[in-house]
Design a protein around this ligand. Sequence first.
Ligand code: SF4
Ligand code: MG
Length: 337
Amino acid sequence: SDTILSVKDLKVSFDTYAGEVQAVRGVSFDLKKGEVLAIVGESGCGKSVTAQTIMRLTPTPPSRIKSGSILFDGDIEITKLSDRQMEHIRGSEMGMIFQDPMTSLNPTMTVGKQITEGLRKHQRITGDAANKRALELLNLVGISNPESRILQYPHELSGGMRQRVMIAISLACNPKLLIADEPTTALDVTIQAQIIDLMKKLSEQTQASIIIITHDLGVVAEMAQRVIVMYAGKVVEQGTVDEVFYNPQHPYTWGLLRSIPRLDEMGGGDLVPIPGTPPDLFAPPKGCAFAARCPYAMQVCLEEDPDHTKLTADHSAACWLLHPDAPKVERPVEAGG
Ligand code: SF4
Ligand code: MG
């Protein structure tokens, strides 16, 4: 099969003192081998929780996979693995790149040690071979003088360099799946562009499939082949980047894209807030979750949550406007193309 990851109807909740927060409410998508998929949406839409759940990095409790399936590499059901099995998969088949490398790197360990630690643990290679691999990886992520860098500690490196080290660590075991959660948000603009260039290059060079979570649509345009738009714990639209950017079908996607000056310019694609706030995920509405902010909301939207309508083989959106009997509306978007 050419699918590396298949997520089906995933539901994840957090149990809090105030009740159950339904963070992810039935997310489904497939990721093909070698593909770069972007997940976009406002903060709190469930994109990070979805990604962390795929790697089983959300603490349980308070988080809980309520239902659904995460099938990895053919027949590995991630939701059913023991913590120990999962730790092995994370160390040998999946890599994660976080927003802030300073908090995810170990401040008391040299760069070299951090890169080789996982390798030695999960691949049982010798110290010499691991060191050699560490130097190779530092070269690969564009760090010069790797021989002296492996002896340094994270605080001796710049922010961009630390993120490169983080990427080297995530690539150490040749992962089949790489998840990057806002990998450039904590960096300044020039460094952001360099890290995105690096990730793009690596996605072409390695066979890894990549999920990139971002609020920057410029990054999506630059790196991804497919995109998922999430709102209030659900996927509201998904498709190829071209389809979703140039022929968006969901009013929330229209809102996201409306005020973007140029999608092909790095740094020019930040999401601009849409008026109103997302619904309370302690008590999500029974109808369409976007209805309270949607200029096109109809009675049916308040009563029933729309299913996805398939628009092309690779493009779908969940909106009543796509129903055959829905009123035709004026498109507000001229998003590029
Ligand atoms: Fe707007 Fe209704 Fe579509 Fe929801 S289903 S996005 S409320 S038109
Ligand atoms: Mg997040």
